[in-house]
Design a protein around this ligand. Structure first.
Ligand code: ATP
Length: 294
């Protein structure tokens, strides 16, 4: 049997950094949303070892690949020796604030037990996901979720899903760790902003009504990168319901009420060679399909 997986990208509809913890992590409050842009993974059971094949120049093929790390974890948890060939086709821009590596890791955690004819409970999967990265637990279910703590305390939300997203990812290398360092938070504590009842009401009417999108990391990234700041201001001028940076950047996204508006905004971009994607949100994190071998 072969399993195919779609691993969806995320954007942050809200991101506040509450404070810096002694262990180096930051406590955040963020609303994550999966969108239709996805990587494709193919899993084939073998009698050998774990192999990851990916021809993207910035993605490791060895044990540093998050799929490889996830596969090792599943094998250990199940006490198995089975091998797997994982072919990863990257469509989600890498190191772009879209959580691509985390999505691939979640897809691997969900696919391998099924491929090997085993089962892992939800709680255990959540724990294993958190070991791989703060965003990984979110992708096990995807959709719209509020994340607190280091990002792994999750509350499902419901968004109307009617907006059209234009995503723009300029070629700009930003280190997530440096962006957080740049916040210079010291002992600052920001209070949580999300009042669940208010936000649920706002989300259900978005994008017909405006959404108070905010990303604290933009305070660091945008002033330090004037080209990105100009792109952000440009998108704001195209009349979206919302324009924001995702995660620690450099992806910027804008949400429109129609495909036509999003397409017009894309055509207005000053640099036509920049990566863009237009589509809708999705309620999935990962979608698995079984393909029977002949
Ligand atoms: P986040 O939003 O969680 O900060 P990101 O979208 O900014 O993540 P990723 O695309 O997940 O960043 O990649 C971050 C780093 O992880 C890259 O430098 C890449 O080399 C490494 N990496 C390891 N495994 C993968 C994978 N399967 N896909 C993409 N990157 C991977």
């Amino acid at each position: 049997m072969t399993l195919h997986a779609k691993a969806y990208a995320k954007v942050n509809l809200h991101l506040e950094v509450l404070h810096h913890r002694e262990d180096g992590y930051h406590e955040v409050e963020t609303i994550l949303q999966t969108i239709g842009l996805h990587d494709t993974l193919v899993f084939r059971a073998t009698k050998g070892a774990i192999h990851v094949h990916c021809d993207h120049p910035s993605v490791p093929n060895d044990r540093d690949n998050l799929c490889h790390r996830a596969a090792l974890l599943v094998r250990k948890q199940l006490g198995l020796r089975g091998g797997v060939d994982i072919t990863l086709e990257k469509k989600i821009p890498v190191a772009a604030g879209l959580g691509g590596g985390s999505a691939d890791a979640a897809a691997t955690l969900l696919a391998l037990p099924r491929l090997w004819g085993e089962e892992l409970g939800e709680e255990l999967l959540h724990e294993m996901a958190a070991q791989l990265g703060a965003d990984v637990p979110f992708f096990l279910k995807g959709g719209t979720q509020l994340a607190r703590g280091i990002g792994d305390e999750l509350t499902p939300l419901h968004a109307s899903g009617e907006g059209v997203f234009l995503l723009v990812t300029p070629k700009l290398e930003l280190s997530t760790a440096r962006v957080y360092e740049g916040l210079k938070m010291g002992l600052t504590h920001h209070g949580p902003k999300v009042n669940l009842q208010n936000y649920k009401a706002l989300l259900s009417r978005f994008p017909d009504r405006a959404w108070p999108g905010f990303n604290r990391l933009g305070d660091v990234v945008l002033p330090a990168n004037p080209g990105l700041h100009r792109l952000y201001l440009h998108l704001q001028d195209t009349g979206p319901r919302l324009a924001m940076m995702s995660g620690s950047g450099p992806s910027i996204f804008a949400v429109y009420r129609s495909l036509e508006e999003a397409e017009l905004a894309r055509q207005s971009l000053p640099d036509p060679s920049v990566f863009t994607w237009i589509g809708r949100s999705t309620r999935f994190g990962v979608q698995l399909t079984e393909v029977r071998d002949r």
